[in-house]
Design a protein around this ligand. Structure first.
Ligand SMILES: Cc1ncc(C[n+]2csc(CCOP(=O)(O)OP(=O)(O)O)c2C)c(N)n1
Ligand SMILES: [Mg+2]
Length: 585
């Protein structure tokens, strides 16, 4: 006879989860016993984080990379409250996650048990309520199976997000009959069928065939449909721009690409949207502050057709000319079929190949050999020197703006083919949404990228990962680098060391506010890494940067730290944020 904890583990094994991230404690001990049994028989592997928010960030990265469920686990009380920031971030970014936290045994509720977190304690269930898609305390062993399946279904169905189960110690320990799993998980967790709103698709096809100039806005939700979206761009002779969190799905050297629209983005993208195209097709985007360029009227107008499987995203665009609900892949396939039934005359591209450098603000800084290193110059080196298979993850702070604006993948094949990220049969299964660059929008916690990079690296053994972060974020969450070391993961952590909470400093300057609360102490992060047994380099000039052997660092079975002393006075492309912060009137 196994216990309820074994049942949870058996379900996770059944849906193909390979790694879970967490930190143990007394209240979840039976779950860890079950994880140990699973690991012994080649099942789940537990990755021990250093802080529960790190565990949630890792689960987030793992889920984004694999398209599977991210799982994070904490004990009751402080373990659960530590995890909340990471869970809230996943909620805001629509990342499917199962969050398990502990509780003391049921009979002790209300008696001041250590770390009691039910309604008679500090009530973690209450705290998770506003950042989860499902949230429940399992108050009887018989509830567990049904609640677990409900949690999984909520996590996976659009709008996707985290589901939280709070499970008391005695419930985890209760014996349950195994092998009785009555639910057909495969069917239950299937994404909403590829239903297409046929009427809307036909109307859109009609609009498209009459439209002169069409522009696409490609968002984060377009990941698993990117090939179809780009095929549609060919068919309709559309140029496209991306949101910051959509950039990683496309090749910035694509001949139809015109830059990023939104936080850290390019003037060319906004100009294109303002050039009065007949239609703007927005694919899979939440149109929040950062990916609507501060609710910019260049996109939020009646030229827009918003296509999304997430109704909450559609609620942000009531002014749109049309809403098309459905899974993007299916909608695009249907549109391609309908449009090709009456193929438009062969469409020679009206504009030529573009060099993405042409979109850059301050292109001189991008090529600057000055010391300290310009952040733009650092992005150039990373773009050129990291192998094409590199996954970049950029942290909240200036790193997001530098990466979104300046980073490009080093992939010449894509230059010729002009396609988005290609998916082979082998990685199609592993990766629903292959993306060369990941950023987090909306909730945007500092340090997200540090954990996410580890989750991504854990999900794709041997695939190189580069985490671009700030000194402030690293001082907040950098201890997770030791997890990458323990796991032997090829992650290069690039710390943009400007001795400041740089985004705050520049934000204050640009707004004409007081200069306060941004200064950080000078820290030698290479020596900090060394103390953890991790190799590092301190970089003070472009020449030192170019002398690094990126291929070797990224082939290493373990992390490397680059402490890059960047020019703190370079102003990041953060005008979108300034636009949103400006007082009304
Ligand atoms: C957890 C958290 N606290 C505060 C903020 C507000 N914030 C946004 S960016 C930033 C500064 C980040 O500094 P650093 O990591 O050094 O990056 P830099 O901008 O200097 O490159 C702060 C404080 C935040 N986003 N998340
Ligand atoms: Mg900084």
């Amino acid at each position: 006879m196994r216990n309820a904890a074994d049942l949870v583990v058996a379900y996770l094994e059944q849906i193909g989860v390979e790694h879970v991230f967490g930190i143990p404690g007394g209240a979840v001990e039976p779950l860890y016993d079950a994880l140990a049994r699973s690991e012994r028989r080649g099942g789940l592997r537990h990755i021990l984080a250093r802080h529960e928010s790190g565990a949630a960030f890792m689960a987030d990265g793992y889920a984004r990379e694999t398209g599977r469920l991210g799982v994070c686990i904490s004990t009751s009380g402080p373990g659960a409250t530590n995890m909340i920031t990471g869970v809230a971030c996943a909620y805001d970014n629509g990342v499917p996650m199962l969050v398990i936290s502990g509780q003391p045994s049921l009979p002790s509720f209300g008696k001041g048990a250590l770390q009691e977190s039910a309604c008679t304690g500090i009530n973690t269930v209450g705290m998770f309520r506003h950042c989860t898609r499902y949230n429940s305390l399992v108050s009887h062993p018989e509830q567990l199976e049904q609640k677990l399946v409900s949690a999984l279904m909520h996590a996976y169905q659009a709008p996707q997000g985290p589901a939280h189960l709070s499970i008391p110690l005695d419930v985890l320990r209760s014996p349950v009959a195994m092998g009785r799993r009555a639910y057909d998980l495969e069917a239950l967790l299937m994404r909403k069928a590829d239903l297409v709103d046929e009427g809307a698709v036909l109307r859109l096809a009609d609009e498209l065939s009459q439209a002169g100039r069409v522009v696409f806005l490609i968002g984060a939700g377009a990941g698993d449909a990117i090939e179809e979206v780009l095929a549609l761009a060919e068919t309709t002779d559309a140029l496209f721009v991306c949101t910051p969190d959509g950039k990683g799905y496309v090749n910035p050297r694509h001949r139809r690409y015109r830059g990023v629209f939104g936080f850290g983005g390019h003037a060319a993208a906004e100009e294109l949207l303002r050039s009065a195209p007949d239609l703007v097709l927005a694919f899979g985007t939440s149109l929040g502050e950062w990916n609507s360029a501060g609710w910019c009227d260049a996109v939020l107008n009646s030229r827009m057709v918003h296509i999304d499987s997430n109704d909450e995203n559609l609620m942000q665009s009531p002014m749109a000319r049309m809403h098309v609900r459905g899974r993007l892949k299916a909608v695009c396939e249907r549109l391609l079929t309908v449009l090709q039934a009456e193929p438009p005359a062969a469409v020679p591209l009206r504009v030529g190949q573009t060099d993405p450098v042409a979109f850059l603000h301050a292109a001189d800084a991008f090529a600057s050999e000055a010391s300290p290193v310009k952040p733009q110059r650092l992005m150039k080196a990373l773009s050129e020197r990291c192998p094409p298979s590199t996954r970049f993850v950029a942290d909240t702070g200036n790193s997001t703006t530098w990466a979104v604006h300046y980073l490009q993948p080093n992939d010449r094949r894509l230059l010729r083919q002009g396609l988005g990220i290609r998916r082979t049969a082998a990685n199609e299964r592993r990766s629903g949404t292959a993306s060369w660059l990941r950023v987090t929008m909306d909730f945007a916690p500092m340090g997200w990228a540090i954990g996410a990079a580890i989750g991504i690296a854990r999900a794709r053994p041997n695939g190189p990962v580069v985490c671009i972060t700030g000194d402030g974020s690293y001082l907040m969450n950098g201890q997770e680098i030791t997890v990458a070391a323990e796991e032997g993961l090829p992650v290069v952590f690039v710390v943009l060391n400007d001795g400041a909470l740089g985004m705050v400093r520049h934000g204050q300057r640009l707004a004409g506010a007081e200069s306060i609360g941004y200064a950080l102490p000078g820290v030698d992060f290479r020596r900090m890494a060394e103390a953890m047994g991790i190799p590092g380099h301190r970089i003070t000039s472009p020449a030192e940067l170019e002398a690094l052997d990126f291929e070797a660092m990224l082939a290493r079975q373990g992390p490397t730290l680059l402490d890059v002393c960047v020019d703190p006075d370079e102003v990041p492309p953060m005008s979108v944020r300034m636009r949103a912060l400006r007082p009304a009137g």
